[in-house]
Design a protein around this ligand. Structure first.
Ligand code: SAM
Length: 271
C-alpha cells in the first residue's frame, strides 16, 4: 500500500479493517482485554501494512483507544442483555459471534453493502452466538424500514451501538441519525456511542485521520438530552475507562483546546 491519501469513502471502509487489525493485535497479547478470534482474517494484510507504514502505535503512546473502546462497549452490551441489539456501522465488529448473549437475543448489524458482503464471506463458516441479521444500509439515507422489515420491534427495549461512525458524518447527518434511532427506541432502551470533540476534528495528533473527520460534539449530554436520552460521558483514561492500559490522562473537560474523544452511554427516558 502506498502512502497516498485515500478518498473519503475508501478510507472509511478501510477504517473498519484497521480497527479489526488493532483487535487482532490485542487478541495476541497475554493480558488481552478481549478475545476476537476473527479479527486477523477480517483485517487483511493491507490493514496491518497501513498501521505499520504510518507507525500507528497507540499502545506505545499510552492511548490504545480502539482496544479500550471495544472492551468498554463489550461490557456495556453484556451488562444490558436486552432482546434487541442494533449495531450501526458494524464494520468488522464480531460481537454477534464472540459475546455470550442470552438465548434469543437478536443482533442487527447495519453497514454498507460491500462491507457486509466482505465480512459475511470471511465469516461464512463461523456460527453466531445470537440471532444475527446483517442489513445493508446507507445510514445517511432512510433505513428504519430495513430494520423493521427484519423483525425489529419498536415495542421492545433495545440496546444500540454507534461506534466509530459519528466523526465521519456531517452535523445534519448526525442529527438525522439520532432522530431515527430515538424514534425506534422505546423508553428504557440504551445507547452507546463514541464521539470526538470539535477541537479534534482536524486531528492534529493523528495525521492518518486528517481530512476524514467531519464533525464533533463538545457536550454529548446536551446533544442526547435533545433526543430524549440521559447520557453518562467518560473519557478514555478515566476511572472505568482505562482497564490499566490507557495511561494517557486527559485533562478535565472544562480545560479548553484539548483534543478529546468521549465514550457515551445513555438511557432513553419517557417523553
Ligand atoms: N463500528 C466498527 C468498529 O468499531 O470496529 C466499525 C467502525 S469503522 C471506523 C466505520 C464504519 O462505518 C465502516 O464499517 C463504514 O463502512 C461504516 N459507515 C460509514 N459511513 C456509513 C454509511 N453512510 N452507511 C453505513 N455505514 C457507514
Amino acid at each position: 500500500m502506498t502512502q497516498q491519501k485515500l478518498n473519503s469513502k475508501a478510507f472509511v471502509s478501510l477504517s473498519a479493517r484497521l480497527t479489526a487489525a488493532m483487535r487482532s493485535q490485542e487478541t495476541a497479547r497475554c493480558d488481552r482485554l478481549f478475545n476476537d478470534p476473527f479479527a486477523t482474517q477480517l483485517a487483511g494484510a493491507d490493514a496491518f501494512a497501513f498501521l505499520a507504514q504510518r507507525k500507528i502505535q497507540p499502545e506505545q503512546d499510552g492511548r490504545p483507544y480502539v482496544v479500550v473502546r471495544t472492551r468498554f462497549f463489550d461490557d456495556f452490551l453484556l451488562a444490558k442483555q436486552l432482546p434487541q441489539v442494533v449495531i450501526l456501522a458494524s464494520g468488522m465488529d464480531t460481537r454477534a459471534y464472540r459475546l455470550l448473549w442470552v438465548a434469543d437475543t437478536k443482533v442487527y448489524e447495519l453497514d454498507q453493502l460491500e462491507v457486509l458482503r466482505y465480512k459475511d464471506a470471511v465469516l461464512k463458516d463461523a456460527t453466531p452466538t445470537c440471532q444475527r441479521y446483517a442489513i445493508a444500509a446507507d445510514l445517511t439515507q432512510p433505513w428504519s424500514h430495513l430494520l423493521l422489515d427484519r423483525g425489529y420491534r419498536t415495542d421492545l427495549p433495545s440496546v444500540w451501538l454507534i461506534e466509530g461512525l459519528l466523526m465521519y458524518l456531517d452535523i445534519p447527518q448526525v442529527h438525522t441519525l439520532l432522530t431515527t434511532v430515538s424514534q425506534l427506541a422505546v423508553a428504557g432502551s440504551w445507547l452507546g456511542l463514541d464521539v470526538i470533540n470539535t477541537t479534534a476534528i482536524p486531528s492534529t495528533t493523528d495525521s492518518s485521520f486528517q481530512g476524514y473527520w467531519r464533525s464533533g460534539c463538545d457536550n454529548p449530554e446536551e446533544l442526547l438530552a435533545d433526543y430524549g436520552w440521559k447520557a453518562k460521558v467518560i473519557q478514555p483514561g478515566d476511572e472505568g475507562a482505562h482497564f490499566g492500559r490507557y495511561t494517557r490522562k486527559l485533562p478535565p473537560r472544562d480545560v479548553p483546546n484539548v483534543e478529546r474523544v468521549f465514550l457515551v452511554t445513555a438511557q432513553k427516558f419517557p417523553r
